[in-house]
Every structure is written in structure tokens, then in C-alpha cells.
Design a protein around this ligand. Structure first.
Ligand code: SF4
Length: 281
């Protein structure tokens, strides 16, 4: 429906044109008959000032109208942008990890997408039998776009090497692909948005065994509230895959007394890996 501003515009134009014609024909002064009920003399009205007032009013109306149109256009554009997918919907059918990466690395499906520096997809052997999984990228990972590359990452490399795994032999990823600000725990809606990418990575890699680093990672994967003491040394399961939990390397840097337990956990990983794959170190 046309607004009052819209419906006034043609009227202003007509009046403006009329006054301009009168000005061209009779000069700048318009003669106006006195009202029969008044005794006042005739009025000579300067048309130029009327036109100026009219023009100003018309201009204001026009500006308001265009502002309103611009606001509507911006709102529509923003709404369209909100709705626009930031990932290629074909990601669910990606036949390989590189194609999956291409389809999802621009993801803005949760608020972490707007604060990340780099999307942290995962790294390692695409056919790995062991998937090492953390909770979310930290500052170093966010800066470099690769999981477990800071001091904690270097310690992880040493831990893996201690049981004869190289970083290239396994696959390393996080549940969440973008860093939560201040390294806070991922929120439920962020996990809900991001975890399907991990499902797809698992579908493509088909690991035989998973090693979860840190209690938050384990509880996020299992939707549980375990304590590390209750689950260490046990074989859990995630999407049908055996899963062993141990401490996060960053926690080990703060609590070196946990290194012994971690050593036991990764020895268990090695043993299970050898049994499941028929390989041995
Ligand atoms: S955390 Fe996951 S869902 Fe959120 S923006 Fe990053 S990739 Fe997308």
C-alpha cells in the first residue's frame, strides 16, 4: 500500500509546476482574492518564496522517501545475507577430505565463525587408523589454521612418538573448527552446528580407534559428564568406534604429575591399535 509520503509526491509536483507557470506568466507576485468574510486587502504573495518553501518540503519528502527505500533495501539485503549459506550444501556428499574442506572452510554457521582467524579443519593421514581428537583450536591453532601446533601440540607430538606414532601417520582434528574466544568451552549450539563436520571426517577417514584429549572433548563427544578418573583406562565408544580418553597436552603442561597416567593411556592406545589393525610398532 502506498504511504502518505508517496501519495503526497505527485501533489507537490503539480503545485510546484502550477506556481512555476504562474511565475513565468505573471512575474513573481501572485494576486489572491480576499475571502468574502474578511475586510483585509488583497494579498500579493511572492511566488519565489512559496516555490522555495514548496521545494524544500518536496525535497524533505523526497529525502524521507529515499531514506525509507534505502533502509528497506539494506534490511532485505541483510536478511538475504543471513539466509545465504556460508558452506556448500554439497559438503555432506564430499568424496574426500580436500573436497570437504573446500565446501565448509568458509562456514559461519555459528558465532565462532565471526571471531576466528583461521578455520582449523584437521591434519594428517586421510586413511589413518587412529583419529586423535581435541575439543577446539587455541590461539596458536587459530593463527596457523592447524590443530595442536602450540606448546601443547609439540608435547602431543612427543607423546605420540613415545609409542611410535608419527604425526603424519595419524589424523588430528578438533570437534569444533573455530577457536572459542578466550579459549572458553564450546557452547551447546556451537557443538550442534559443528559436530556434523566431524561425523563427515570420520566417515571419510574410517578410523579404527580414537584417542580423545581432555575431559571436555570426551564429554562433548559422548554428551556425558564423566570424570577423567572414571573413564581413564577404559574403552569407550563414539559412533561405533572404540575411544580411549586421556589428558589434554595443555593440561599436562600445567600438571606434570599427570604425565605418568597419560603414558599408560597411550600405551593402551598402541596396544589396541596393533590389535585392531594387525600392525605393530
Ligand atoms: S565453529 Fe564450526 S559451525 Fe561454527 S562457524 Fe566454525 S566451522 Fe562453522
Amino acid at each position: 500500500m502506498a504511504s502518505t509520503q508517496d501519495s503526497n509526491a505527485p501533489l507537490f509536483l503539480k503545485i510546484e509546476r502550477y506556481l512555476e507557470q504562474r511565475q513565468a506568466l505573471g512575474g513573481n507576485l501572485a494576486y489572491i482574492e480576499p475571502m468574502p468574510s474578511t475586510t483585509s486587502a488583497t494579498h500579493n504573495i511572492p511566488l519565489s518564496s512559496s516555490l522555495a518553501v514548496l521545494s524544500e518540503q518536496h525535497h524533505e519528502e523526497s529525502v524521507k522517501k529515499h531514506q525509507s527505500q534505502a533502509e528497506t533495501s539494506i534490511k532485505t539485503a541483510l536478511q538475504g545475507n543471513d539466509a545465504a549459506p556460508t558452506v556448500n550444501p554439497a559438503w555432506r556428499d564430499a568424496p574426500s577430505l580436500p573436497v570437504l574442506y573446500e565446501n565448509i572452510h568458509t562456514c559461519l554457521n555459528c558465532k565462532l565463525g565471526t571471531t576466528r582467524t583461521k578455520f582449523v579443519f584437521g591434519v594428517g593421514n586421510p586413511d589413518a587408523d587412529l583419529l586423535v581428537i581435541g575439543e577446539a583450536p587455541g590461539a596458536d591453532e587459530d593463527a596457523q589454521g592447524e590443530p595442536f601446533v602450540g606448546r601443547g601440540g609439540q608435547l602431543l607430538t612427543k607423546i605420540l612418538e613415545a609409542v611410535n606414532f608419527s604425526r603424519d601417520e595419524v589424523y588430528i582434528a578438533n570437534i569444533i573448527k573455530c577457536r572459542p574466544p578466550e579459549n572458553r568451552r564450546p557452547e551447546a549450539d556451537e557443538v550442534e552446528q559443528c559436530e556434523p563436520y566431524l561425523y563427515k571426517q570420520i566417515e571419510l577417514i574410517q578410523p579404527k580407534l580414537m584417542l580423545a584429549l581432555g575431559l571436555t572433548a570426551v564429554n562433548t563427544l559422548l554428551k556425558a559428564k564423566h570424570t577423567m578418573g572414571a573413564i581413564r583406562g577404559k574403552t569407550l565408544e563414539y559412533r561405533g568406534i572404540p575411544l580411549i580418553a586421556t589428558y589434554h597436552p595443555a593440561a599436562l603442561l600445567r600438571n606434570p604429575e599427570w604425565k605418568r597416567s597419560t603414558w599408560e593411556d597411550v600405551q593402551l592406545v598402541r596396544k589396541m591399535y596393533d590389535n585392531l589393525t594387525g600392525k605393530s610398532s
